[in-house]
Design a binder for this molecule. Sequence first.
Ligand SMILES: [Zn+2]
Length: 138
Amino acid sequence: MNAAALLDRLEKVRQTGPGRWVACCPAHDDRSPSLSIRETEDGTILIHDFAGCDAQSILAALGLSLGDLFPDRLKHHAKSIRRRVPLCDLVALLDHESLIVALIGIDMLANKTIDADDWNRLVTAVRRIGEMRDHVHP
Ligand SMILES: [Zn+2]
C-alpha cells in the first residue's frame, strides 16, 4: 500500500512537507489532527499519534494491518528483515523518531504547553535512538 491509499481513509488530511502529512486519528475522538504520517523513500509508511494511540489500534480502526505500512515489494523480504534489521530500516526509524523530537521541540519553542505524554514520548524517542546504535555493527 502507498501513503495516498492511507490518506484516502483519513479525515482532515494536511500536507506539512514532502512525504509528510497530519490527519485526524481514527482510533480516538480527534478534532484537531494529532496523527502524523510520513512516507519514507522506500515507500514505507510511518504513523504516529501524538495523543498516544498505538499504530495497531489506528490501523485496526481503518481495517488495515501493520503489513499495509510496507510497500508490496518489501513484503517479499519479510524473512530477511526478521533475521537482522537493515540499515535503511534503522535510518527510517531514526528519521521518524527525530521527527517526533523536532515536532515536540517546535511546540516548546512556540511556548505551547508540553504535557506528560509529550515528555514521555520525547524520552521514548531519545531511548529508541540510543537503542538503534546497538543494532549497527560496522
Ligand atoms: Zn489517537
